[in-house]
Design a protein around this ligand. Structure first.
Ligand SMILES: [Zn+2]
Ligand SMILES: [Zn+2]
Length: 120
């Protein structure tokens, strides 16, 4: 397993998320989003939906579990279309984070997400 440099990047929808699981970010090259982020606090793989935002902050672990289990954004009633362009909504079973830019996963506030490795 090879890990992304900088702990993996969280990226808006204008930055590619590779289809090939082997592709990882290397420092000094153009940014690509990490496709295998994991949360060290809840143990879940980080998922994402594009172009949506929460109608309110999630209040309970049950709501996070329901979100994480949702097949797509329309399956979770607290999501609506985002007003900010290029936004990508990332979530695990205990935390969520939005970005329309490029953010190293471990550098965000309250960071528990990092690249969990890519097949060589
Ligand atoms: Zn990665
Ligand atoms: Zn978590």
């Amino acid at each position: 397993m090879e890990r992304c440099d900088d702990g993996g990047l969280l990226v808006g929808t204008n930055v590619p998320l590779p289809d090939d699981a082997r592709v990882r970010f290397r420092a000094g090259t153009p940014p690509v989003g990490c496709t295998h982020l994991a949360c060290t606090r809840c143990g879940a793989t980080v998922r994402h939906f594009d172009g949506v935002q929460l109608q309110r902050e999630l209040l309970s672990g049950d709501e996070y579990a329901q979100l994480w289990d949702a097949a797509d954004a329309s399956a979770f009633p607290l999501l609506r279309a985002a007003v900010i362009p290029r936004i990508r909504f990332y979530f695990c079973r205990c935390f969520n984070f939005y970005t329309a830019g490029v953010v190293a996963a471990p550098s965000r506030e309250d960071a528990d997400w990092a690249c969990a490795g890519h097949p060589a």
